[in-house]
Design a binder for this molecule. Sequence first.
Ligand code: ZN
Length: 298
Amino acid sequence: MKSIIRFIKALGTLIAKIPFIIIKGILGPDEYDENGRRIRGGKIRGIGGKQMKQQTDYDDLSDAEEISTSKKFLNSLKEDLGGEIITRRDDDGSTDFLYLKFSYGERPCRVVMDPSWGTPELQIKMKNTTGILAIKHNMKMKQEHITVDPEWDAVDKRSVKLFLAPGIIIDEYHDEMSAMVTLIQEMPEGLIGEITAFIADSNVEYLLYDAMIIDAEFGSDIFKRNYREQLPAILDMFMSHCEFFESGNRNISPKPKVYISGRPAMTGSIPGITECSYCHAAVLRTAGGACGNCGAPL
Ligand SMILES: [Zn+2]
């Protein structure tokens, strides 16, 4: 009898989880590292900090130290850029995040610090009239065949990973991918290359040219990289990108957190995309070009 009750309870738990499982399926894939841990915005705490020179690892800081260190960092930026430091608090009064609000070339900008990660996020206001572009950077991201066999491949393969360079990808459903590839084809020569090189060099984990802002999430914490020194050049680069993104005549709506267009992107039916016959990554089809992922001639 007990075992029957136990079985019914287990069944009840499973049934309760089904809507959640279905929603997850609709919303698309989560990302996991190679050890199967879920990646929060591409960041995994406590990994990759061991090789740094400083005697303190950001991950070893106490909560109070994280906040004071983040504040000190923003204060150092403020010396160069001016502006004002704002603290956002949780309902319980604890610090949620801090940011430096400043103007650069008369453009409103912010450097946002989430003290628990120690990685800055740069946001620049613009009025995007050309299109949305979202690029992820994660070296663990692996290419996959874009020709999918519905008999074998799971629902979460509906989005396709387009490789601009190793680990630097656009990961979208069909409609969104089409729009982004069109946007790239409209770019002045060299711009997508500059963006890709910047992501690789600065270890940006997520770069979004959205309807109202450019948002760059850096992957290295403030102990590992001299952001103060690098920021002016990065800001200058983004100022020039604003010229392109503000030069169009499209009405752009902000990028939803999760796309639900649900149209398969794995068929290779998007003009401008091809599958590298050597590594099978989906890559941009450029004239006389090479595979963005492995370098093989296309
Ligand atoms: Zn390749």
